[in-house]
Design a protein. Structure first.
Length: 334
């Protein structure tokens, strides 16, 4: 098995089996397009796409495989799971499919995610010797600058380093818009290194965030980032009540962690509450900065905001959430 990032796909063509893993729409489309074109050139003229869910007609898929064998047609099967995930029933069907694949059948599977347990499935192990797993997860804030540099190199575009940071700030989480603005800049300024000012004069704030980007920024005490994320969530009309629920769960978790530390080690508490390894540093730093009284004051403020929202639809809810964010980061007295 070979594991690669999406921008390496052009160097790993030629395998019969690919697993596109990750939910970034731009990376998924880019990878699928590269693979479809490569298989077309390799003589796989028949390309069939099946959207996989609990209603999928697997008999039709299996019958296609049998018919292909009869006529010796090189055929590409693309199984697209969309937002759906693997379950026991679908895994069983994939196990059966892996047993009837022949050299004239190529396979691309597009999945948002897989667990370690699912990697023990029969189909996964059966394909593993010839399987290329393509990471199509959206680059996070730390990975994005290098992704942009790689993309600029592929497109033979030169941009000032500080302008790359600007692109990352305004297009995080939105690779489609990011690649479009880069293509636009290439057309506008084809013959020289593109400057910070030239980038700044053409960009729009098109970053896409989830509420969990917001809570991570709050705990990391990244003021500018937290406010930027919140502004984008507001602009995209994210439901404020859902934000309140998410921050409420986060606060209750942190309070429980803080209480647990009175009797147990940090590792014991993290294990008990199943804190992911990649989140433990950010929780540790926040727990070291906060005290239990401030956390309960935050929870009381949150309750106050929710009560106000329920009794008065005209309440300036986003202003209240901005103030709560500042308080969460210790920048506003309770």
């Amino acid at each position: 098995m070979i594991k690669i990032s999406a921008d390496q796909i052009s160097h790993k063509l030629g395998s019969p089996y690919y697993l596109i893993l990750g939910s970034d729409p731009y990376l998924q489309h880019y990878t699928q397009t590269e693979l479809r074109n490569a298989f077309k050139l390799a003589g796989f003229d028949e390309q069939l796409t099946f959207v996989i869910d609990n209603q999928t007609d697997w008999i039709a898929i299996f019958d296609c495989c049998q018919a292909m064998n009869l006529f010796s047609s090189n055929t590409l099967l693309l199984l697209d799971f969309g937002e759906n995930s693997l379950n026991a029933g679908i895994t069983a069907k994939l196990n059966t499919l892996s047993e009837i694949l022949t050299p004239d059948i190529a396979l691309i599977i597009t999945l948002n995610k897989m667990t370690k347990t699912q990697e023990n499935a029969i189909w996964y192990k059966a394909l593993s010797d010839k399987l290329v797993v393509v990471n199509c997860a959206t680059p996070d804030t730390l990975q994005l600058p290098q992704w942009v540099k790689n993309h600029l190199q592929q497109q033979q575009i030169a941009i000032e380093p500080k302008a790359i940071d600007l692109l990352c700030y305004y297009y995080e989480g939105n690779l489609l818009a990011l690649t479009q603005i880069i293509a636009q800049l290439k057309l506008l300024y084809p013959d020289h290194i593109i400057s910070y000012d030239e980038v700044e004069s053409n960009i729009n704030d098109s970053a896409i965030f989830t509420p969990y980007h917001w809570t991570d920024a709050l705990m990391a005490n990244k003021i500018k980032r937290a406010m930027h994320i919140l502004q984008q969530l507001k602009m995209n009309e994210f439901e404020p009540l859902i934000l309140l629920r998410i921050i409420q769960r986060e606060l209750i978790l942190i309070i429980n962690l803080k209480k647990g530390l009175q009797q147990k080690s940090l590792k014991q508490v993290f294990d008990e509450y199943k804190i992911w390894q990649n989140k433990r540093t950010i929780y540790t730093n926040y727990l070291n900065r906060c005290d239990i009284k401030s956390l309960f004051n935050l929870l009381a403020k949150l309750t106050e905001i929710e009560i106000s929202l329920k009794h008065n639809n005209q309440v300036q809810i986003w202003d209240e959430i901005f103030n709560l964010s500042m308080q969460f980061m210790g920048l506003d007295k309770c």
